[in-house]
Design a protein around this ligand. Structure first.
Ligand SMILES: CC(C)(COP(=O)(O)OP(=O)(O)OC[C@H]1O[C@@H](n2cnc3c(N)ncnc32)[C@H](O)[C@@H]1OP(=O)(O)O)[C@@H](O)C(=O)NCCC(=O)NCCS
Length: 190
């Protein structure tokens, strides 16, 4: 399988790989969204400097080399606005893949992540032959739960105190969609 370089979600949204040239813009975005992101994501605290951000960019290059991730940066109207990742959650043996995502606060409310997920899921159920895509979401994270529901994921149950975020153990609700259930979204975001 050849590496996917970009995924065009629609006329405004593109997913692409980061390069070191993106490090400063990305770090600034995370730094200015620290409170918004840190509430739900365990990795935010670990990004404290430009070098930390460069470290993440290096890990994406490794995932790209293994052909185990899709282009993670979400570009909206030519600006970096967030990311959607699959690498850490990819289990080729069982054809299962998890998705994680984040979006800068100012870009919420436009369907950007819902449609970016939809495009990634189309690819996962396509070339990679994934059978199950899963999301793990803290039940209190209403915006993220709404994404799972909008995309037709099925709620399976709660994995108790399975994430440590800001020194607190959070329950995680598990959602999934199977290849046999997934319908191509068909429509455009607009
Ligand atoms: C979770 C998160 C990505 C959700 O962002 P979001 O903007 O609500 O999600 P989307 O980009 O899919 O946009 C959906 C919103 O756009 C609206 N929207 C507008 N046009 C739309 C369209 N064409 N299609 C779908 N939704 C559309 C929806 O109504 C919804 O807004 P509402 O909830 O106010 O009704 C964001 O809040 C975030 O990054 N949070 C912090 C990190 C985090 O929690 N990550 C997930 C951990 S599990």
């Amino acid at each position: 399988m050849s590496t996917v370089e970009t995924i065009k979600v629609d006329e405004e949204i593109l997913l692409r790989w980061p390069s070191m040239a993106d490090a400063e813009e990305l770090f600034k975005l995370i730094d200015t969204n620290r409170e918004h992101l840190g509430r739900w994501l365990p990795w935010v605290d670990a990004i404290q400097s430009l070098d930390d951000e460069k470290g993440w960019i290096e890990t994406t290059a490794a995932a790209k080399a293994k052909d185990q991730e899709w282009p993670p940066l979400i570009i909206y109207r030519d600006s970096i606005v967030g990311a959607i990742g699959t690498d850490r959650y990819f289990d080729p043996l069982h054809k299962v893949c998890g998705i994680g995502y984040w979006l800068a606060v100012d870009y919420q409310g436009r369907g950007i992540v819902t449609w970016a997920c939809s495009a990634v899921i189309n690819h996962l159920f396509g070339p990679l032959g994934t059978n199950r895509v899963q999301l793990r979401i803290s039940p209190g994270n209403e915006r993220s739960v709404a994404i799972a529901q909008r995309l037709g994921f099925v709620f399976e149950g709660v994995s108790r105190q399975s994430w440590l975020v800001n020194g607190q153990f959070l329950d995680m609700a598990v959602y999934s969609v199977l290849a046999s259930e997934w319908r191509s979204r068909g429509a455009s975001r607009a």
